[in-house]
Design a binder for this molecule. Sequence first.
Ligand SMILES: Cc1cc2nc3c(=O)[nH]c(=O)nc-3n(C[C@H](O)[C@H](O)[C@H](O)COP(=O)(O)OP(=O)(O)OC[C@H]3O[C@@H](n4cnc5c(N)ncnc54)[C@H](O)[C@@H]3O)c2cc1C
Length: 448
Amino acid sequence: MNFEDAAMTLPPSLCSGPIAIHWFRRDLRWQDNRALHAALQSDLPVVPIFIFDRHILERLEGPEDRRVQFLHDRLDQLRLHVQGWSDVWVVHSTPEEVMTALAEQADVKAVYANEDYEPYAVKRDHKVANFWEERGVPFHRFKDHVIKAPGEVLKPDGTPYTVFTPFSRRWQAEVRADDVAPAPSEHHLGNLHRFSAPPTPALTDLGFSAIKVSFPDPHIDAKVLASYAERRDLPAISGTSRISVHLRFGTLSVREAYAQGIKHSDKWVTELVWREFYQAIMAAFPHSMESAFKPAYDRVPWRHDGEQFEAWKEGQTGYPLVDAGMRELKHTGFMHNRVRMVVASFLCKHLLLDWRLGERHFAAQLLDFELASNVGGWQWAAGTGCDAAPYFRVFNPTSQWTKFDPKSDYVRRWVPEFESLSYARPIVDHAFARQRAIDTYKQALTSE
Ligand SMILES: Cc1cc2nc3c(=O)[nH]c(=O)nc-3n(C[C@H](O)[C@H](O)[C@H](O)COP(=O)(O)OP(=O)(O)OC[C@H]3O[C@@H](n4cnc5c(N)ncnc54)[C@H](O)[C@@H]3O)c2cc1C
């Protein structure tokens, strides 16, 4: 990441006097937004910006990407909300170039943003903080993406938790009123700078094509939460909240989610705590984003089998629940949590393929992709992670199907041919694959 002279020109109305910047990242909402609120409380007019970051976009497979489409739509909505008197400057560039242009061409007195704990973001923000510090401009950051930030919930000896249950107990005991208090909203928007920005770059200018896709609403259904404990494992019904994409991009505040959760379902609040647990693990053990949390598990000799990996991706393994999940993912960008566990276990244990292959595939496909939760879920299923399923517990994809989709409604929706002769034959025998996985893991863990 290098800061060189900016090649871009700022919108002229943005350069008319002293300003504060609010840099939107994974907090795409006007209401209950801590950094934005703090910026609006300063006595400076606030210019909101969003950067379609080339460093990130270039890593996406493209040209069709549901996340980019989601961001694009959401930015349109954000702009529409303040149209006529203020705006959001949306730019396709790099943080280095945008910050340099702001420093050279505008009178920036302060920069505000909400914290982001992913390794790339941590490095980026560190450099951006240094850049502004050298110019005497503060870069203020706020906890907003989570209720308890990484490092806030620690064991009594000050080290990070690596097991979920004690983490969760302490998390719940330590939630304070100011952790969950919403940031005052709306009425402060009058402190936005009066300016207008150029149009949002078209998806094609970003290297993507527009796609038709329906996104879940950013609303939490109280009825779903009330029956969550009983219905959350059934993929055929709407038994879960479907807010993951909104927590991921901040189109819904996690404080609002928590407020709903404590009214209706303790079990559901525990799921929010899983999300925070994985964020804390990512921050404390960044190596685990790329290799096994427990290093001994990196000795598992993963198989290489392109044909089987392809069959898994395409939902052609001959195991109906696995295939239904993989086809749901391919067509919608979503997969039910129970099914995510089953397909992940199938890849790592039945096929003995490296969990990182599956993690990368999910990362490319999931609308709600969050590095910490995705790696956490995959390492849990592979048995390689902190507080993971033990390696010798191998999900049986057929009994998972009969237990959680007893009428086959979910399977029928995605694999209509599952009862016919045209359906794929199992690519691996369950009993054989189970034993092979147990033996292979055992040998790897006991060898030096
Ligand atoms: C292999 C695998 C990969 C996964 N990858 C992701 C991912 O990239 N992004 C993601 O948000 N979740 C991921 N999960 C967790 C979980 O599957 C989704 O959060 C959930 O299915 C989203 O649906 P929902 O919003 O209806 O969840 P609900 O059941 O209504 O839960 C509410 C919220 O709690 C959080 N949550 C729920 N379960 C988990 C969990 N096990 N771990 C962490 N957070 C959780 C999510 O933010 C979710 O929106 C993964 C799980 C597995 C097993």
